[in-house]
Design a protein around this ligand. Structure first.
Ligand code: ASP
Length: 314
């Protein structure tokens, strides 16, 4: 009999939002799919080579941070004042060690900095100039802020300001990135990285770098990375809530993900989550028209998708 239980698995997202086939032309679809496939491969290669879940999620998220098509690292959205302020978090399910950074402006890979916070520092969460000082002290690559800024995101900020119809870009077409993985040893990890929301101001921080809100990992349940309207994900403690449901109520990853997204819906929030369990089960759920997403596991299953109606579970 063939053993089809996955020994390792990885799922990634590049944000949930209002992406539909009518607003994404063929070139944009191809570019996003290529970016997702490259990031998936970066993480998949780590796991297939016997590497750790923490290394896999770091590799996948780093690839998405460097890809200007996604709102993290290079290509991050602009704040109200025309800067790029980056947030990221990472967590290891085996030890529940975690690291996070918010409002960094010079660190090329915020997820690498979050990982350095997790591994080298006494703290969990650093912000702003202090986080950047920690980055320099620990040799984490620094870049000129111009590295992050691309014209399309500037245009989106200008458009949002012209509309004057709210504090943030309500469309959320270009989201946060994240990855969850389970390695061959059965350890899980999660990582999330973002530029936040277009037009954010007052030092606003979303759910992505908040351990328990946008990112969480616990070997007793699973690993979760979220994307969506961050304020409601914070208020619901989304990523921890999904893990708690799996651990305490026996919900599957998919049941827990859907239940928490439904709760977020009652608060007026939308978005998506990716989940992996220590057994290698993955779930990807969203309440938006689309979510950039991909997954692979040791059974050979692998797919990349953007729009809701195209999604076929493996
Ligand atoms: N959740 C992110 C934030 O609130 C945004 C996103 O996922 O697109 O900063």
């Amino acid at each position: 009999m063939t053993d089809i239980t996955p020994h390792w698995a990885i799922a990634i997202h590049g944000g949930a939002g209002s992406m539909t086939p009518d607003i994404f032309d063929a070139a944009m679809i191809a570019a996003h799919e290529a970016g997702l496939a490259a990031a998936l491969e970066a993480g998949r290669a780590v796991l297939a080579g016997g590497g750790s879940a923490v290394d896999a999620v770091t590799a996948a998220v780093c690839a998405l941070e460097d890809d200007p098509h996604f709102n993290a690292g290079r290509g991050a959205v602009f704040t109200y004042h025309g800067t790029n302020e980056l947030d990221a978090a990472i967590m290891a399910g085996e030890t529940r060690a975690a690291g996070a950074v918010a409002g960094v402006t010079n660190t090329r890979s915020p997820v690498r900095l979050a990982r350095t916070v997790m591994e080298a520092g006494p703290h969990v969460f650093l912000s702003g100039t202090g986080a950047e000082e920690f980055a320099r002290d620990h040799g984490v690559e620094q870049v000129d802020p111009a590295w992050f800024a691309i014209p399309e995101r500037r245009r989106q900020l200008d458009e949002m300001k012209m509309r004057k119809d709210g504090w943030f870009d309500a469309d959320m077409k270009y989201g946060t990135v994240g990855a969850v993985a389970c390695d061959a040893a059965g350890h899980v990890a999660a990582a999330t990285s973002t530029g936040g929301l277009t037009g954010k101001r007052w030092g606003r921080i979303g759910d992505s770098p908040l351990i328990g809100a946008g990112t969480y990992a616990d070997d007793r349940a699973g690993a979760v990375s979220c994307t969506g309207s961050g304020e409601q994900f914070i208020r619901s403690g989304a990523a921890h809530e999904i893990c708690a449901r799996m651990r305490l109520t026996g919900d599957s990853a998919d049941q827990a993900a859907r239940a928490v997204l439904a709760e977020i819906g009652t608060m007026g929030g939308v978005g998506g989550v990716i989940v992996v369990t220590p057994a290698g089960e993955t779930a990807m759920a969203f309440t938006t028209p689309g979510m950039f997403r991909a997954r692979a596991d040791s059974t050979g299953a692998q797919n990349v998708a953007i729009f809701g109606e195209n999604w076929v579970a493996p």
